[in-house]
Design a binder for this molecule. Structure first.
Ligand code: LLP
Length: 438
């Protein structure tokens, strides 16, 4: 039985047998000290459950890997933008990476101080968003085109606010990841081609309210090898040297985000080790420059710290194929549908008579063939009414949720030891219909 135990995600999610409750307790998946079965009963399903300890631990390990080098972690808000999670990270000292005025409003909601540790990325910043960021006094704008630089210069002059900027340079580095989330090649829409970068710094420095302060890159997401990061940083380091020769005062290097997690069970190596390798890869060429390093991790901090809890509604067999229909859908967790992404799916209660595994498709109720969480997956046999946990759903889970099929987005719960907090209530149908007029 032991060898066949489903994967766990310590310190957030582990199986426990609570002997105080039953004489022969069945191992049950817990979020820290709280049974997921209890949470499902209390808050209903589908339900996102996050572990505060897991988030703090990952943040500390990531931060610790850069100890001794001047740096700021600007957590990438897009990965999971729940206000309570942002506040938890701000308390650890995090700044933020934002891509919209909306995300900046979230940061301001939880901490005005953190705004000074915030960088603004994205290819399509609007004038109103720039204005808000200028009034707020964010740390830096990561500029992605000549037109954007021009607009930023105009807005900064209009408001008489100084804007520190970095050009997001496209290093043309290949990173092994899904094509939809790889960004560092010249064929992608992101960043400015290397050869065009110098000209933009010149233009920027000649604008009265702009100040060249850094260089930024982001080569993609869910990258689990450190070599592409090392390669990109070597290019960045030589760019910084050359810009300094041109008398630009480059004090910051924003290395972007993108460090991946291991969605499949086969990696036992602790996160702290990968974080150290990552830090070493970045610092190898940056250390001699004495720059302040900015990092924009999202997934690596919150990914494994969240699960999506769902209940089996029906089992059905179509021509020999076994389907498990659950109450969560692609509207709650889009990654399998959009990227064919793999997420472990485990039973919340490990029944002693659970016996063999069987091959099933785990699907949601939405009217799309693409509405699945797993296809042809060997799972512990499940019955109607059973609870399943979809692991590693803390990043780009709730953040990508939608109301397709007029489905309410799930509630979110944060567990910290024995403490449980509902950090977002389940939407009501009234919430969904409110903006519409008949
Ligand atoms: N910085 C920039 C400029 C980014 O574009 C991103 C992610 C990040 C930081 C954070 O990347 P992370 O450390 O989380 O990999 N929805 C996709 C991921 C899209 C990533 C977009 N950019 C997914 O579910 O895999």
């Amino acid at each position: 039985m032991k060898a066949d135990r489903p994967p766990e995600r310590p310190p957030g999610f582990v199986y426990r047998s609570d002997k105080r409750l039953f004489r022969k307790p069945e191992p049950t998946l817990y979020a820290e000290q709280v049974s997921l079965a209890k949470l499902a009963e209390r808050y209903g399903t589908p339900l996102y459950v996050y572990s505060a300890t897991a988030i703090r631990e990952r943040y500390r390990e990531f931060d610790g890997a850069f100890k001794g080098s001047e740096h700021t972690i600007c957590y990438s808000v897009k990965a999971n933008s729940n206000l309570t999670i942002l506040r938890l990270l701000a308390r650890q000292g995090a700044g933020f990476d934002i891509v919209s005025g909306g995300e900046l409003h979230r940061v301001l909601e939880i901490s005005h101080k953190a705004a000074a540790r915030t960088v603004f990325s994205g290819v399509g910043k609007l004038a109103a968003e720039m204005d808000l960021a200028l009034h707020t006094g964010i740390l830096m704008f990561n500029v992605e085109s000549a037109s954007e630089l021009e607009l930023l210069a105009a807005r900064a002059a209009h408001l008489r606010k100084r804007a520190r900027f970095a050009i997001r340079a496209n290093p043309d580095v290949t990173a092994e990841t899904h094509p939809y989330i790889s960004t560092g090649l010249h064929e992608h829409k992101f960043g400015v081609p290397w050869r065009g970068v110098w000209e933009l710094y010149r233009r920027g420095d000649s604008a009265r309210y702009l100040q060249a302060a850094g260089v930024s890159v982001h080569i993609g997401s869910q990258i689990t090898e450190v070599a592409p990061f090392r390669e990109a940083m070597e290019r960045v380091a030589s760019l910084v040297r050359s810009l300094r020769t041109d008398k630009h005062d480059i004090r910051y290097v924003d290395a972007g985000g993108g460090l991946g997690i291991f969605y499949e069970q086969d990696n036992d190596s602790p996160f702290s080790k990968l974080a150290k390798q990552y830090a070493k890869a970045l610092l190898a060429s940056l250390k001699p420059l004495g720059v302040h390093l900015l990092l924009e991790p999202g997934r690596a901090i919150v990914g494994p710290a969240g699960v999506l809890l769902t209940r089996v509604i029906y089992r059905k067999r179509n021509d020999g194929k076994q389907f498990v229909v659950v109450d969560a859908a692609m509207t709650d967790l889009l990654r399998p549908s959009l990227y064919d992404a793999y997420h472990e799916i485990v039973p919340v209660v490990l029944r002693s008579n659970a016996g063999a595994r069987e091959e099933v498709d785990v699907v949601g109720p939405v009217c799309e063939t693409g509405d699945f969480f797993a296809r042809g997956r060997q799972l512990h046999a499940v019955e109607e009414g059973d609870l399943l946990a979809i692991l590693d759903a803390g990043a780009y889970g709730m953040a990508l949720a939608s109301n397709y099929n007029t489905r309410r987005r799930p509630a979110e719960v944060l567990v910290d030891g024995t403490r449980v907090r509902l950090v977002r209530r389940r939407e009501s149908i009234r919430d969904l219909l409110a903006p519409e007029r008949t």
